[in-house]
Design a protein around this ligand. Structure first.
Ligand SMILES: [Zn+2]
Length: 252
């Protein structure tokens, strides 16, 4: 991708709803008047981009809350400073062990480096992940977390998000239907592009080694797309994508 910019990488998908495509992972800013919710927050080294995107989206100050799809380093990399500032961090109850580091359902060098030796796409991803801080400890204290059960109707936060359990990628992976915008923040349940993928701009899954439970992750992805009660996919990787009824997952 070209150089990151607030003009090229902010995608306004609905009232108050902005998807930010980061250098290798995405986050969303969901505004309700002055207040806003941040959904995921990039790699550790995306901090300045997160700040710039918040300002460019027209929001100021700290978010009302950070809502997390799952506890991978490219989605919670800048969480520490929000936790330190007392911003509540909402995640599925089943994701708490990954958030605090008592469990780790994430690909590590042992899973990725052998692939990097065989594939330039994987090599490129490994270099980016390491340089962006992907190996740093980004876990947070349990006291910083506000866990929710995924059968909760709506989170009482800007954006009125409805959590949808999309497990498999991690045990507590959650997508969020954002108010009545028709946008789903899908995290890594269904993506539209990734450094390791030759396909860009189509609904697809991350390669199997990224998933804690690849079989379940595929079932979840198929179910999420086929039951689509949303019109626009805002994925954790790749750009936003309209998903009319009947849109199929590209398996490769
Ligand atoms: Zn992930």
């Amino acid at each position: 991708m070209g150089k990151w910019s607030t003009t090229g990488n902010l995608h306004h998908l609905g009232p108050g709803t902005t998807l930010v495509t980061g250098p290798a992972a995405n986050w969303l800013i969901v505004r309700d008047g002055e207040a806003y919710t941040l959904v995921d927050c990039g790699y550790p080294d995306d901090r300045e981009l997160v700040d710039a995107s918040i300002a460019a989206a027209g929001a100021t100050g700290l978010p009302e809350a950070v809502v997390v799809t799952h506890a991978h380093a490219d989605h919670i990399g800048t969480l520490g400073r929000f936790a330190d500032a007392g911003v509540p961090i909402h995640c599925a109850a089943a994701e708490v062990p990954n958030m605090t580091g008592t469990s780790r359902e994430q690909i590590g060098p042992r899973g990725s480096l052998p692939r990097a030796l065989r594939s330039w796409r994987w090599a490129k991803w490994c270099v980016h992940a390491i340089r962006a801080g992907g190996l740093r400890d980004v876990t947070v204290a349990a006291s910083a977390l506000t866990p929710f059960d995924t059968d909760v109707e709506v989170l009482d936060l800007p954006g009125a998000m409805r959590p949808v359990a999309t497990t498999g990628h991690t045990s507590g992976h959650t997508s969020f239907l954002i108010g009545d915008t028709g946008v789903v923040a899908a995290g890594d349940a269904v993506i539209t592009g990734h450094m390791t993928s030759p396909v860009l701009g189509a609904p697809q899954m991350l390669p199997a080694p990224y998933h804690h439970d690849p079989v379940r992750a595929e079932d979840t992805a198929l179910r999420l797309l086929s039951g689509a009660d949303f019109g626009v996919l805002a994925p954790g990787h790749g750009g936003p994508l309209p998903v009319p009824a009947g849109t199929r997952l590209v398996l490769h």
